[in-house]
Ligand binder design. Sequence first.
Ligand code: NAD
Length: 373
Amino acid sequence: MPVKIAVLKETRPNETRVAMVPAVADKLAKLGAEVHIQSGAGAAVKLPDTAFKSAKFTDDVGALVRDADVVVSVQPPDAAMVSEMRPGAILICFVYAHREVELTRLLRDRRITTFAMELVPRITRAQAMDALSSQATLAGYYAVLLGAIHLDRILPMMTTAVGSIRPARTLVMGLGVAGLQALATARRLGAMTEGYDVRPETKEQAESLGAKFVDTGVDARGSGGYARELTQEEKDKIAAVVTKHIQQSDIIVTTAAIPGRPSPKLISKAQVDGMKAGSVIVDLAAEGGGNCEYTEPGKTVQVGQVTVLGPLNVPSMLGEHASELYAKNQFNLIELFLKEQQIKLDWSDEIIAKTALTHDGKVVNEAAQKVVG
Ligand code: NAD
């Protein structure tokens, strides 16, 4: 029997992405898998069912997942869907177990092998499977565009018959994947760019993108290439340097995150109150509560003369490319265990072991175990 891969239509609000695109369905078919897709799964990104030449479509979701070997989606499926899956089947999607405690318990108890896309290790070999990076890249790009359209100014320098317009200043706070892409995008649009992070290695990365690095002298490198939380003393030291840069910016993009923690607050109300009239903050960390004290997740708020955007699920605003990259990330993961038309999970492979959330009736990720029990 060929391996059956089922693709779900997303149901969560504001989710436009789809976990399968025609090119990936073709590649899976070449590996001998059968791809079955819920009808209309790509509708939100204007991808009609007819665009898929090597997949079958159905409206019957129960039948779709009941005998599937692998179920793929972007967001975690609802409990009813998991209950339809057969024990031992594989689910691949973003989960974030700390936000999905009940669902994770159900996945464990239903003996589903869950690969959570947010757990793909940040190692070179896994780069092509790293959906956090592919989606963050798009979000970083789009954050600058969102900022630009909320600004009553232009970004590039412009020389006109009535004089020159100075380029806008863009400050990006948090120079991970999204932040570096935001710096690159703002620069391409002609803005003057500055970047800031608490990991000193980002200085060189920012400079290579033509940005100035705001050096605060604080080194908050944590484990695994991520940042750690700051002490109050460090926060004060940073504020003394960063306030001036915040207050002379036209657009600020914030992206700072610490794994498993609420978003660190990088911009205080007092700092916003001192910003230039008309400037814009795009807070990409809104999902985790936001980097700015004024951010309201999912809303655009006017604070005096400053606009603060807290967009949620930014990759969905670029659903077509976000789906394409996500589907390719998942394909590269599936390719690891789809061998000779059979599923062979090699638990000695670091990517398989670290991406697994539940397997064989257990929560196998240590951090999730602590939350889920
Ligand atoms: P992230 O989303 O966890 O955080 C975004 C940025 O916020 C990080 O650069 C972090 O240092 C910064 N930050 C946290 N607290 C801050 C604070 N108080 N002030 C200012 N900045 C703060 O980051 P990410 O984009 O997921 O990337 C995390 C790391 O993983 C980076 O080092 C990145 O280069 C690395 N990475 C490696 C690979 C790979 O090798 N395969 C793939 C992707 C990312």
